[in-house]
Design a protein around this ligand. Structure first.
Ligand SMILES: NC(=O)c1ccc[n+]([C@@H]2O[C@H](COP(=O)([O-])OP(=O)(O)OC[C@H]3O[C@@H](n4cnc5c(N)ncnc54)[C@H](OP(=O)(O)O)[C@@H]3O)[C@@H](O)[C@H]2O)c1
Length: 343
């Protein structure tokens, strides 16, 4: 196994942005391990992706109990990488995990009970070989569990030292306000919200979530900023072998229809006129205006991470560019997480 030495220039080009009103700075681009960190990729590829991220100044790695496949295997793989490559760098990393979606069979294997959240956090720590995660999230809103119980579990997870900060994911503005108030009362502030958001999935704008979070002083990490790869040039000339669309998973063929490809072609022209790739412009777009703290990308190759990190070179848009993007890109039926935010 080749020995990894992080690049000495890793902090030179990445931008670090304050997470809400907290003391924590997050990189403008973060890396998530939802896909390509289970049995769908080799361990060497996983290592190369994480190394490329850290070398590019990406200090934040986002996981969840169920990432794989099989569930749990992404945390196991990342645990290995922490030992072989990132040993000695724990204090330079922000590592998050979550519980909320189905992890194991039976009544204690999903949603937001204290029973599930605390056991799941312990299992995540074990898989990653960690004493604590930096952020632990309620992965989705649970309509059948009192919010006091779910937030109480997050509070206990933080107080017991299993996590440094608490977060919520895919909660709408109203639920966010309720959750944040409970956490505040308990004395554990909510650090961050993790919503899906990109040019083709704009529920946060309709909901007013960005303003809600600014108002509450809570940071945000927008997941799927590339719409699972749709907001890149990847699908403009057919479907490349090995791409997410070929894998029969979360990116479904009906999402990548002819009309949206036409729009993406137009978006690509705007990106080119800005001297950016489309992936870079899509990331810059979610970060525009400063309300979103960080864009949470995924990657199947190290080169993709490097390209995405390069988005920080141009995060500014003219009003004309924004209007041209809006004329091309509107809401598509791609929000797989709507059930949580609509509850
Ligand atoms: N809280 C939640 O409920 C939730 C839900 C979903 C995701 N997330 C988090 O968000 C993270 C990101 O999700 P995501 O992977 O769907 O994000 P994404 O960044 O929208 O899509 C990532 C995919 O885009 C393609 N890609 C990335 N960079 C590229 C580049 N430079 N050029 C061409 N293609 C590129 C790759 O597809 P190919 O594989 O085709 O190469 C990659 O797998 C997850 O890992 C997870 O941490 C959270």
């Amino acid at each position: 196994m080749t020995r990894y030495m992080p690049s000495p220039t890793r902090y030179d080009t990445m931008a670090y942005r304050r997470c809400g009103a907290s003391g924590l700075l997050l990189p403008a681009v973060s890396l998530g391990l939802w896909h390509n960190f289970g049995e769908d990729a080799t361990h060497e590829t996983k290592r190369a992706i994480c190394q490329a991220a850290f070398d590019a100044g990406i200090t934040h790695f986002d996981l969840a109990n169920n990432y794989g496949p099989p569930p749990g295997s992404a945390e196991e793989a990342f645990g290995q990488i922490l030992k072989t490559d990132f040993a000695g760098y724990r204090d330079e990393l922000i590592i998050s995990s979550k519980a909320g979606y189905r992890m194991h069979p039976g009544p204690y294997g999903e949603y937001g009970s204290r029973k599930y959240l605390i056991a799941s956090c312990d299992a995540s720590l074990k898989r990653m070989g960690l004493d604590y995660v930096d952020i632990f999230y309620s992965h989705r809103f649970d309509p059948d569990t009192p919010l006091e119980e779910t937030m109480g579990a997050l509070d206990q997870i933080v107080r017991s030292g299993r996590a440094l900060y608490a977060g919520i994911s895919s909660y709408n503005s109203q639920r966010t306000r309720e959750a944040v108030a409970i956490l505040k009362e308990l004395g554990t502030p909510c650090l961050i919200h993790q919503p899906s958001y990109n040019m083709l999935n704009r529920w946060v704008e309709k909901d007013g979530l960005k303003d809600t979070l600014s108002d509450l002083g809570i940071g945000s990490i927008a997941f799927t900023p590339l719409a699972q790869g749709m907001l890149t040039t990847k699908y403009l000339n057919g479907v490349p072998e090995g791409s997410r669309l070929t894998k029969g998973k979360s990116l479904r063929p009906e999402m990548v229809h002819e009309d949206v490809i036409k729009s993406i072609r137009g978006l690509n022209e705007i990106a080119e006129s800005r001297g950016q790739t489309l992936a870079q412009m899509a990331i810059a777009w979610v970060l525009r205006g400063g309300q979103i703290t960080t864009a949470l990308i995924g990657a199947s190759k190290p080169g993709q991470v490097v390209e995405c990190a390069g988005a920080v070179a141009n995060l500014d848009f003219t009003a004309e560019e924004l209007a041209a993007i809006d004329a091309l890109a509107s809401e598509e039926a791609i929000n797989l997480w709507a059930r949580s935010s609509e509850a």
